[in-house]
Design a protein around this ligand. Sequence first.
Ligand SMILES: NC(=O)C1=CN([C@@H]2O[C@H](COP(=O)(O)OP(=O)(O)OC[C@H]3O[C@@H](n4cnc5c(N)ncnc54)[C@H](OP(=O)(O)O)[C@@H]3O)[C@@H](O)[C@H]2O)C=CC1
Ligand SMILES: O=C(O)C1=N[C@H](C(=O)O)C[C@H](O)C1
Length: 267
Amino acid sequence: MANPIKIIVAGPRGRMGKEAVMLVNNTPEFELVAVIDRRNNGVMLSDLDGFSNMNVRIYSDVEECFQNVEADVLIDLTIPETGYIHTKTALSYGVRPVVGTTGFTKEELEELKELAEEKEIGCIIAPNFAIGAILMMKFSQMAAKYFDNVEIIEMHHDQKLDAPSGTAVKTAEMISENRSSQKQGHHDEQETISGARGADYEGMRIHSVRLPGLVAHQQVLFGADGQSLTIRHDSYNRASFMSGVKVSVETVMTLNTLVYGLEHILD
Ligand SMILES: NC(=O)C1=CN([C@@H]2O[C@H](COP(=O)(O)OP(=O)(O)OC[C@H]3O[C@@H](n4cnc5c(N)ncnc54)[C@H](OP(=O)(O)O)[C@@H]3O)[C@@H](O)[C@H]2O)C=CC1
Ligand SMILES: O=C(O)C1=N[C@H](C(=O)O)C[C@H](O)C1
């Protein structure tokens, strides 16, 4: 067997980070070499509940982690401000980032792309790792050729920090490749309660629902005279994202640029 891919996971105590640590630990071609966590600096991960047998050090200082640990890939599942710093630092140390964290600005994505190209190493930033969600986005992009009236409803658990979701933003971006910017609804419509019509992305409306009990769900609604089309995807658990994380780790090793969105690396 070839040498395993050496991986650092940032955000290991989080809902996604925990799942990613398990994925790395259970994949023979992967090796967990460290984790980055703002708490528990210097402690072994195995000392935390739920991580028995994972004998890697926790680093709170990102620079210190990359200086001390030889790694091929960083998996980041944190928050946008931190994820951006982690990604930038990883690239500067020649470590390939696989980033699931959502909420980066266009400028940040552009800056990270330039850095990856300057360093000539791969980086994958994927707002959604679930294959079904990628298909939902691609089908929506296809449908937009025929339907130019579209509204996106994304529904998530109530612990989610960013709104709209990264998936909803990516969906709108993909649809906008097949739809010109245009206002929807009545030209004189008025919100009697602010926000009633949702966020506005080139005239498309994005509605964010947050409820306990939900995981990650999205429907894209298209309407035309006398008909409608609904494209929906549901993630019922975080395991649904892990096959995408695995493919991303394998693929990032072969890239020399930044790829934004899993649709670009799936056949
Ligand atoms: N691409 C995809 O397929 C998916 C992406 N996501 C995205 O992944 C990210 C994580 O989601 P999820 O696991 O649900 O979130 P959680 O809140 O469960 O986990 C976030 C982790 O980041 C850490 N963190 C928070 N703030 C900071 C900070 N200032 N500095 C360092 N670490 C920090 C948290 O540590 P602490 O406990 O100390 O706060 C925690 O370990 C989100 O951006 C989410 O949108 C989620 C699901 C799928
Ligand atoms: O925070 C989440 O849970 C999720 N975040 C991602 C997003 O913002 O699109 C992916 C998925 O929807 C779950």
